[in-house]
Design a protein around this ligand. Structure first.
Ligand SMILES: Cc1cc2nc3c(=O)[nH]c(=O)nc-3n(C[C@H](O)[C@H](O)[C@H](O)COP(=O)(O)O)c2cc1C
Length: 237
């Protein structure tokens, strides 16, 4: 009887062990599934991130549109071209004409101020030894300019005015044109004088500047009206 009982107990023991083995296998599969599910979830999550990224990208694309437009607007603002009137005037005649041109063209004004102002003795053309006589006899003289430098950025047209001295532009105009780059700028010389025309003074300045699109320019009357200035500008081209 004892033997029978031992056999029955042994049989249950074997069955019990086999059952545990199956359970472990099942657990193992289930663990593999979790790993697989986890990977899928990760993939999904990665896809979600990717979608979010896409959506972020889409959003950034959308938000970048107005930025691009405003950047474009800033660029077009900064490249808007204006007009500048540059002048030197020893006794005020050219200054008056320059102000008239600036008024008609809504331009900015820039005065070339000599570091050493010209006295009436300096301007005495009857004296061969006056400062102006000496300067005009030496084409290499470059009188110093006291005015702050002007940026030519944003200007597409520059009028350059001066009095005629001994048939030419004062040497301080040479100082000015040699100090700047006039690329992409239309330069229009104008002068005042007792009676002489502009002659070759504009061409001489053009050669010294060596940049810019220079028009031949004209002598303008000291008392020129704004409507006459407008007519002159209309006839320039
Ligand atoms: C040194 C000097 C030389 C001049 N040479 C001439 C000249 O060759 N031809 C002329 O018609 N006027 C000549 N002028 C007169 C000036 O060109 C004229 O008065 C001019 O309008 C003065 O301009 P501003 O007042 O802007 O300096 C000369 C004036 C000076 C002071």
């Amino acid at each position: 009887m004892k033997k029978i009982m031992l056999i029955i107990i042994a049989a249950f023991g074997i069955l019990g062990l086999t059952g545990c083995g199956n359970t472990q296998t099942s657990d193992s599969v289930s663990s593999d599934n979790r790993t697989s599910q986890s990977a899928t979830q990760h993939t999904d999550s990665a896809e979600e991130v990717t979608d979010e990224d896409k959506s972020d990208t889409d959003n950034s694309d959308k938000t970048s549109i107005p930025e691009t437009i405003s950047e474009t607007e800033e660029i077009s603002d900064s490249t808007e071209k204006g007009t500048l009137v540059v002048y030197f005037s020893a006794t005020g005649t050219t200054k008056g004409v320059a102000e008239g041109i600036a008024s008609v063209t809504n331009a900015d004004l820039y005065e070339i101020i000599p570091a050493e102002p010209y006295s009436s003795d300096d301007l005495d053309w009857h004296d061969n030894n006056s400062r102006t006589s000496i300067e005009m006899n030496d084409p290499d003289t470059r009188p110093e300019i006291a005015s702050d430098t002007v940026s030519l950025d944003g200007y597409s047209t520059i009028y350059i005015g001066y009095p005629i001295w001994w048939g030419d532009a004062p040497r301080i105009m040479s100082t000015f044109v040699e100090s700047y780059n006039f690329d992409n700028i239309t330069v229009i010389p104008f002068c005042t004088s007792g009676s002489s025309g502009i002659g070759s003074s504009g061409d001489n300045l053009k050669d010294l500047a060596n940049s810019g699109n220079w028009l031949s320019g004209d002598r303008l009357d000291a008392n020129i009206s704004e409507s006459e200035i407008q007519d002159w500008i209309n006839d320039l081209n």
